[in-house]
Design a protein around this ligand. Structure first.
Ligand SMILES: Nc1nc2c(ncn2[C@@H]2O[C@H](COP(=O)(O)OP(=O)(O)OP(=O)(O)O)[C@@H](O)[C@H]2O)c(=O)[nH]1
Ligand SMILES: [Mg+2]
Length: 379
């Protein structure tokens, strides 16, 4: 009996041990380390034409569940849709001007008030003087007193100052088998990284493939910020080690963009004070190094519209170091000084190509003079 019990117990122990061996997974070696964010200047990248999600799966790493890609708003007519954001400019500039213009007598004081309103809106002395002289003459010659006609004349003169025939298109079409290269520059906090992110969305909405270059190597957070924007629309980000050479990241980004067959390479740079020569020299170097691949297609200067005249000083210095091809005026939603559009174009002889009208992902609009002036004076 005892022997039978011992045999049964032995069988049970053996069965339990076998079960444990089969059901408990064996670990070979240490637990795998979570895949670190790439820190080399050229991280593993998707193959040409391969979407970013597939590329990370192909690396063999456990790909984290990616949220579905955003579908950015279409870009056509964005400024019309966002015109409400210019409400502060509208109430001070547009309504102010129309209120004076519809007085019974337009005497010298009234014209002085009109001038004052335009100057307060940061339009600048030269443009204001021109506009007031032209408007005054037309009102006198035509003897216009009807508010609707006065409004039409004001619209005409504002449009003449903003410029309707300027080419404001962004050169973002690939050419000679290589991507278009866009460099984004400006002082600290003007909205460069946000603009790169929003612009990537604009380009994706228009059917282009985009690669981002995080040439702001001062802070790791800057590259993270850009990469987050990119991931939302499937744009791959080339980044470098913190404190690394921004010119080499920019160079690598263009090289990667060529190899991946991207349409556009969009390079974000660190904010730099226009008064610090070392930083401005560094920017010149970024430009020269990228141009070893090919000339830059666009150099966009990002200006914060709320900084007024100081923005013009920055614009002047940046234009001396790199050849600015377009201006992005950000934060126009937070200011009554919409006239800065006119002043900065006059200052640089370069068109405003994009305007930032809020912190939302699609609050960046291609600049359209008619929509802008209509928003300014109210329809
Ligand atoms: N209201 C408003 N805020 C904006 C706009 N564009 C950018 N911002 C905000 O401005 C702040 C600075 O934006 P960033 O893109 O980080 O600026 P940056 O130029 O890259 O800054 P640095 O890299 O530090 O020089 C953020 O809080 C943005 O959300 C805009 O058009 N309207
Ligand atoms: Mg930035």
């Amino acid at each position: 009996m005892l022997i039978a019990l011992i045999v049964i117990a032995a069988v049970i122990v053996a069965a339990a041990a076998t079960f444990a061996l089969v059901s408990i997974p064996r670990r070979r070696g240490p637990r795998p380390v979570e895949r670190a964010r790439p820190s080399a200047s050229v991280p593993t990248r998707p193959a040409p034409g391969q979407p970013v999600e597939q590329a990370s799966a192909a690396t063999g790493a456990e790909a984290p569940a990616r949220p579905a890609l955003d579908v950015p708003d279409p870009t056509a007519g964005r400024l019309v849709r966002l015109r409400g954001r210019l409400a502060r400019s509208q109430s001070t500039v547009g309504r102010g001007l129309l209120a004076v213009l519809s007085r019974d007598h337009l005497d010298d004081d009234a014209w002085d008030e009109i001038e004052e309103t335009l100057l307060t809106a940061d339009m600048g002395v030269a443009a204001t003087t021109e506009l007031v002289a032209a408007l005054r003459q037309r009102v006198a010659v035509l003897g216009v007193r009807d508010p609707e006609q006065l409004r039409a004349l004001l619209r005409d003169e504002l449009l003449a100052q903003v410029g309707t025939s300027t080419d404001r298109s962004l050169r973002t079409a690939p050419h000679d088998g290589a991507p278009a290269v866009v460099l984004v520059v400006g002082v600290n906090g003007t909205g460069k990284t946000t603009t790169c992110g929003k612009l990537a969305r604009v380009l994706v909405a228009d059917g282009r493939s985009v690669l981002l270059g995080a040439a702001d190597t001062f802070r790791a957070a800057a590259a993270d910020q850009l990469q987050t924007w990119g991931e939302r629309v499937g744009a791959y980000t080339v980044r470098g080690p913190e404190g690394g050479d921004p010119a080499s990241v920019a160079f690598d980004a263009v090289k990667e963009g060529k190899e991946m067959g991207s349409d556009v390479v969009l390079i974000d740079t660190a904010g730099r004070l226009h008064t610090k020569t070392g930083l401005m020299d560094e920017l010149g170097k970024v430009k020269r190094v990228v141009e070893k691949h090919a000339p830059l297609d666009e150099i966009l200067l990002v200006l914060d519209a709320t900084t007024g005249q100081n923005g013009l000083v920055q614009a002047r210095v940046f234009a001396e170091v790199v050849d600015i091809t377009g201006i992005v005026l950000t934060k126009l939603d937070g200011t009554a000084k919409g006239g800065i559009v006119v002043a900065v174009q006059r200052e640089l002889g370069v068109p405003v190509k994009l305007v930032g009208l809020g912190e939302g992902a699609d609050d960046l609009a291609p600049f359209e003079p008619e929509a802008f002036v209509d928003a300014l004076i109210g329809e």
